[in-house]
Design a protein around this ligand. Structure first.
Ligand code: ADP
Ligand code: MG
Length: 440
């Protein structure tokens, strides 16, 4: 990746685990099997104003960022374009969960990511690296235990499918990127996979700042630097700091256009923590899936509570205050480093319990993942063997409108690991290491 503390043109290896980490095949394959169902539910929600309103009405009162996205969603939804497609390059993240005696009893979902879900470009390289390391170590007949991973090409095929649905061979794919992209090699890997698959599509990388002057709308078509845009792929825009006030106008302009957004504002909201908490409520998943499949999917949901100013919200606050170690308090934010654990759950709940600020959080049952041994290799630290915890990401690709689904599939995986003493797993944010699963 591009390091934060060296010159702009320097690249350093991302932290990685020296050998792949053991992961139970049963739970690996479950994540893979469930992904198309999750894709479908999230796209259905993205297209449902009633559900998004029901879930987010209290959050948007106290959270300006979510409110800005919601306003864009509502304004465009009023245009009632049933044929307008959205693209989801989603990633559903999971931890293994242990009972109190330390037995792994299942897989629990941490969250759904809809915007700028990263590392699909690089995950396959880590698998190759691990294949090489195991061969060097003299390990025999292991290849079937390192599952194939085509996340780079799968995500590329998702973007190309959207470009095909837009149906103008001279149109381009736009990557909306940060002013400085640290995770540049991941984004380039995806870009090169697109070019390897479809030679005739042009890809343009633009920042919000650039788009302020270069993006225009003509007959509902989006043009950037004079080129018609088929697909808008966001690799930025997931935290408030990504926007100057004027950039919200650009996001609205792009959302109003006929270009296929990855994600649309609706899909971005469908993957909010608040909607995730809503989906764990009794009887909700059945609105979107047949009963037997809903039951199957529900096994990966940890208990989650929204903290509205209601009796249910009060009950959840009481749960968190009485057992702070059993819960994680999460604000409606992506990007890592925002969650609260242990004593911080208690002090924060105490502080916000009587104010509307609490509506900006959800309380989630704390997952209890097993520790295994591995060696994280990173930058200029000497490598040490130690306890790590693995987080599995399942990529999901969905493309569709209110009327029609064009594509819905699992799109490869990602394993990220963190030291047991760290609460967060974000690799680019400096919390974790790239890894790959060794099935057992
Ligand atoms: P973000 O959107 O910031 O990535 P996440 O919900 O993914 O937020 O949480 C960040 C990290 O916190 C996760 O990668 C995971 O390691 C840890 N985490 C989140 N929820 C839980 C939970 N319920 N139990 C244990 N750890 C959690
Ligand atoms: Mg996360």
């Amino acid at each position: 990746m591009r390091p934060r503390n060296l010159s702009h043109d320097t690249r350093v290896p991302l932290p990685f685990c020296l050998v792949p980490s053991k992961f139970p095949s049963r739970w690996f394959y479950l994540a893979r099997e469930l992904q198309p169902y999750l894709n479908q539910v999230l796209l259905d929600i993205a297209h449902s104003r009633d559900v998004l309103k029901e879930c987010l009405s209290s959050t948007i009162e106290v959270d300006e960022f979510t409110s800005n996205i919601y306003k864009i969603f509502e304004a465009v939804d009023r245009l009632d374009r049933t044929e307008q497609s959205s693209l989801g390059l989603l990633r559903s993240d999971y931890l293994l969960n242990m009972d109190d005696s330390g037995n792994v009893i299942g897989l629990k979902q941490v969250e759904n990511n809809a915007i700028a879900a990263s590392f699909g470009g690089l995950a396959p390289s880590v698998r190759h690296l691990h294949e090489f390391v195991l061969e060097k170590l003299g390990q025999k007949a292991f290849h079937h235990l390192l599952p194939e991973n085509e996340s780079d090409y799968e995500l590329a095929r998702g973007l190309i499918a959207a470009w095909d649905v837009y149906d103008n061979p001279s149109s381009i794919i736009l990557f909306v990127v940060e002013e400085v992209t640290y995770n540049i090699c991941d984004q380039r890997a995806l870009e090169y996979a697109i070019l390897d698959t479809e030679k005739d599509v042009e890809i343009l990388r633009c920042t919000f700042k650039d788009l302020r002057t270069s993006a225009i709308l003509r007959d509902e078509k989006l043009f950037v630097h004079g080129k018609e845009v088929a697909v808008v792929y966001y690799r930025t825009g997931y935290v408030p700091e990504d926007y100057e006030p004027i950039d919200w106008e650009t996001r609205f302009l792009m959302e109003k256009s006929r270009a296929i957004k990855c994600p649309s504002a609706g899909l971005h909201l469908a993957c909010s923590k608040r909607v995730q908490a809503f989906l764990t409520r009794e009887g909700i998943l059945e609105r979107f899936l047949p009963q037997d499949i809903a039951d199957h999917v529900r096994q990966v949901f940890a208990k989650q509570y929204s903290l509205e100013m209601t009796e249910n919200g009060d009950r959840a606050i009481k749960l968190g205050l009485e057992n702070p170690d059993k819960y994680v308090l999460k604000p409606e934010r992506d990007g890592g480093g925002n969650n609260l654990y242990g004593e911080d759950v208690k002090t924060t709940l105490d502080r916000i319990k009587s104010t509307e600020e609490r509506m900006a959080y959800i309380l989630m049952e704390r997952i209890n993942p097993p520790a295994i041994s591995n060696c994280i290799v990173l930058g200029d630290c000497s490598p040490e063997i130690g306890g790590i915890v693995c987080e599995l990401g399942a990529f999901g690709i969905i493309l569709g409108s209110k009327k029609k689904i064009f594509k819905n599939n699992y799109g490869g995986h990602l394993l990220r690991s963190k030291r047991i003493d760290s609460n967060e797993t974000g690799v680019a944010a400096g919390f974790g290491a790239l890894d790959s699963p060794y099935l057992e």
